[in-house]
Design a protein around this ligand. Structure first.
Ligand SMILES: Nc1ncnc2c1ncn2[C@@H]1O[C@H](COP(=O)(O)OP(=O)(O)O)[C@@H](O)[C@H]1O
Ligand SMILES: O=C(COP(=O)(O)O)[C@H](O)[C@H](O)COP(=O)(O)O
Length: 683
């Protein structure tokens, strides 16, 4: 999205503020710890940590691993070589700035249409300016590596994502707090599970390369492994008896992890929200080092960019209170030669810091709760894992129900769709004599009560135990478990039979088909795929005609959308031995009374090579006659345009179909998008 002049001014303001601070402010941490350590590296490449302590350096000066050296030493030492201490400070400050710019780029890959707002919130936040250039922490590096890992993940580059994550953890162990949530993201859904090994391999390799070479160094072990920072995790403890405490942060973190595990199926936005809330818990539940707030900043910036006024207020209240607090209690910087590096408030003057801490906690907690409500409970994917989007596809035998459900699975991903077929609820196997007395189309020949009960349970995200009818053998198999997923596709001869069940469906489809075409396609399928003799199929079609008119056709009245395939010329179905050419078919789409075609018609008319004629039938139902052969690429481009907010449900690699099947995919996509909005603006 192009930057407006206003945006460019704001980004420029952030750059000017940073350059001014780099030039005029000398953080105590840089002067006392980081620059002396980094300046000492060139003479002690064998063991920079041991070398620094050997020359009397402070043991807590640089509790960081190889990634920090690789990132921060070059410009700092180059600056030091060129212009002494001032040059070293300049080099270190510029490195922080460059790493922040890199993080903005990664955040942009994740934030999509909210990128500019999220980047500006990060770039102008008091936390980024204070932590990076006044208090002078170097946490921007591990945060950049973690956000790069998540950006690679959202782009399905799983080995790279693992490598970035391994590097982030090698840079700062605390980034490992994100790892269990990422593991749940991979393991919770079949379509992601297959990439878990690639991610683990990338992480293990990167971590090993960045840790093994230095783990053998005594100086590294002394300065990095034994850092006192970790102890802060246990600082907030609630006494529950003599020598017995509950550690609040671990408790909160484990609770969050359990919640993510209970959600079971995470999409990327849920993963992002869980990690952001976990980092906020660290900031709120420990006397956090100022740098730790930077871990949460990308997450709260993107959340705020997607929120309304309340979110904005909470963001600024939290970040300003956090900085005000640390201005009073943490070290600062010398500014233009004036020493302002001591905490502004004496340690025993606890009232002001405590008031600011309370304010920061209140705003931060409210922000974390809002992130949980909007980012998790309000997530369309989370809500669909609790109440799946449900579609019913009814129609006579051979009208294309299974073919349509296959097209749904192609666009949403097989692992996101639960298929419930009415064929699995026939009362008897194929060889039972009862079929001579009753056809499959008669509701009495099917356990429609069990079918409806299972459909309702799956719509409530409850698993069911059902048998499967095998059309190849004509027999019903063993009981198997059907698990709920984000989408429930209920198809069959009687899928729209139950008025009470029909209210559970978000989309109701009736498959109609020109009778000659249906006979043509059913004959070919039942002979080739179900092993029936042609004469038996034709006899069955004749015998079922009355029940079709009596029990199947009336279900069309309950449909939102009726798809009717017709041959464009009778010759198309003259010879069953000649395969149907898609160009010989046309699609008639009929919408429920009161519905209009605006979106669908606009969409279809935009497809190259498509001819659309709009009409109305006798009872005022709008009808679209569609002919043409759009390519799969045309369908994909139209899908992105017509329903941009359906990304959360679509497969990572949707398989759009060419021709009239693709047109039906698009129309169903618009129907699901409509259902999403009707459910209260999911997304
Ligand atoms: N849009 C279509 N274009 C061409 N052939 C189709 C189309 N839809 C269905 N068919 C074919 O018609 C036959 C019946 O379709 P199917 O989906 O099995 O119907 P149902 O599930 O309603 O019994 C199958 O051989 C299928 O390949
Ligand atoms: O009418 C149908 C429903 O299936 P569909 O709508 O898919 O045609 C089938 O004929 C019966 O399920 C029996 O199947 P079989 O032919 O295996 O006896």
């Amino acid at each position: 999205m192009g930057l407006t002049r206003h945006h460019r001014v704001l980004f420029g303001l952030g750059v000017v503020l940073r350059l001014a601070l780099i030039a005029l402010a000398l953080p105590w941490t840089h002067a006392r710890w980081f620059v002396p350590f980094l300046a000492n590296v060139p003479g002690h490449f064998a063991d920079p940590w041991g070398g620094f302590m050997a020359v009397g350096g402070d043991r807590v000066a640089f509790p960081y691993g190889l990634p920090y050296l690789i990132a921060y030493a070059p410009l700092t030492d180059l600056g030091g070589a060129v212009a002494g201490l001032a040059g070293a400070h300049l080099g270190l400050g510029l490195t922080v700035l460059l790493l922040e710019v890199a993080l903005l780029g990664q955040l942009g890959r994740i934030a999509g249409k909210d990128a500019t707002r999220a980047q500006l919130l990060f770039w102008l936040s008091p936390v980024a300016l204070y932590v990076g250039y006044w208090h002078g922490q170097l946490d921007i590096l591990p945060v950049l590596l973690l956000v790069a890992a998540l950006a690679a993940l959202v782009q399905h580059r799983h080995s790279a994502s693992g490598a970035w994550l391994g590097s982030a953890v090698a840079a700062k162990f605390s980034m490992g707090l994100a790892a269990p949530f990422i593991a749940l993201f991979y393991l919770g859904r079949a379509r992601q599970r297959r990439f878990a090994l690639a991610a683990i391999g990338g992480a293990a390799l990167a971590f090993a390369l960045l840790w093994l070479p230095v783990l053998v160094l005594p100086g590294f072990r002394a300065m990095v492994l034994l850092t006192p920072e970790t102890a802060k995790t246990f600082s907030l403890a609630v006494p529950i008896g003599p020598w017995l405490y509950v550690y609040v942060l671990p408790l909160a973190y484990l609770g969050l992890l359990y919640w993510a595990w209970r959600v079971r199926r995470l999409d990327f936005d849920l993963l992002w929200s869980f990690i952001g809330i976990a980092f906020m818990a660290v900031v709120l539940l420990t006397p956090a080092s100022p740098g730790w707030a930077l871990w949460a900043l990308p997450f709260i910036a993107l959340h705020t960019a997607r929120s309304g006024t309340t979110g904005q207020l909470l963001f600024w209240a939290f970040t300003l209170a956090f900085v005000a607090l640390h201005l009073t209690v943490s070290t600062g910087a010398a500014f233009a030669g004036i020493d302002l590096s001591s905490p502004l408030v004496a340690q025993d003057a606890e009232r002001l810091p405590s008031a600011l801490m309370t304010l920061m906690l209140a705003a931060g907690a409210a922000l974390a709760v809002q992130m949980a409500r909007r980012g998790i409970l309000g997530s369309p994917f989370y809500r669909a894992t609790r109440t799946p989007l449900a579609i019913a596809v009814a129609g006579d035998s051979g009208t294309g129900k299974d073919t349509l459900v296959d097209a749904l699975a192609a666009m949403f991903g097989e692992t996101s769709v639960t298929r419930l077929s009415g064929d699995d609820y026939h009362s008897w196997d194929r060889h039972k004599p009862m079929w001579r007395a009753m056809t499959h189309l008669n509701p009495m020949a099917n356990d429609l009560e069990g079918f409806a009960a299972h459909a309702a349970d799956l719509a409530d995200a409850k698993p069911v135990r059902a048998r499967h009818y095998d059309h190849g053998s004509g027999r019903t198999g063993e009981l198997a478990t059907l698990h709920p997923r984000e989408l429930l596709a209920v198809s069959g001869l009687h899928a729209l039979w139950s008025p009470s069940l029909n209210t559970r469906f978000d989309v109701r489809v009736y498959m109609d088909m020109d009778e000659g075409l249906r006979r043509f396609l059913k004959l070919r399928r039942d002979v080739n795929q179900r092993g029936h003799a042609p004469e038996r199929v034709l006899e069955s079609i004749e015998r079922r005609a009355a029940d079709g008119a009596r029990f199947i056709a009336p279900q069309a009245a309950a449909a939102d959308v009726i798809f009717r395939l017709e041959p464009r010329h009778p010759s198309a179905v003259a010879d069953p031995a000649v395969a149907i050419d898609a160009s010989m078919l046309r699609l008639v789409v009929t919408l429920a009374p009161g519905r209009n075609f605006d979106r669908a018609a606009r969409l279809l008319a935009s497809l190259s090579g498509i001819r659309v004629i709009e009409s109305a039938d006798d009872d005022g139902r709008l009808r679209l006659l569609v002919e043409g052969e759009p390519t799969a690429a045309d369908i994909a481009a139209a899908a992105r345009r017509i329903a941009p907010d359906m990304d959360w449900l679509l497969s990572a690699e949707p398989r759009w179909q060419p021709g009239l099947s693709g047109v039906m995919q698009l129309i169903l996509l618009t129907e699901f998008d409509r259902a999403r909005r009707r459910r209260g603006g999911m997304a």
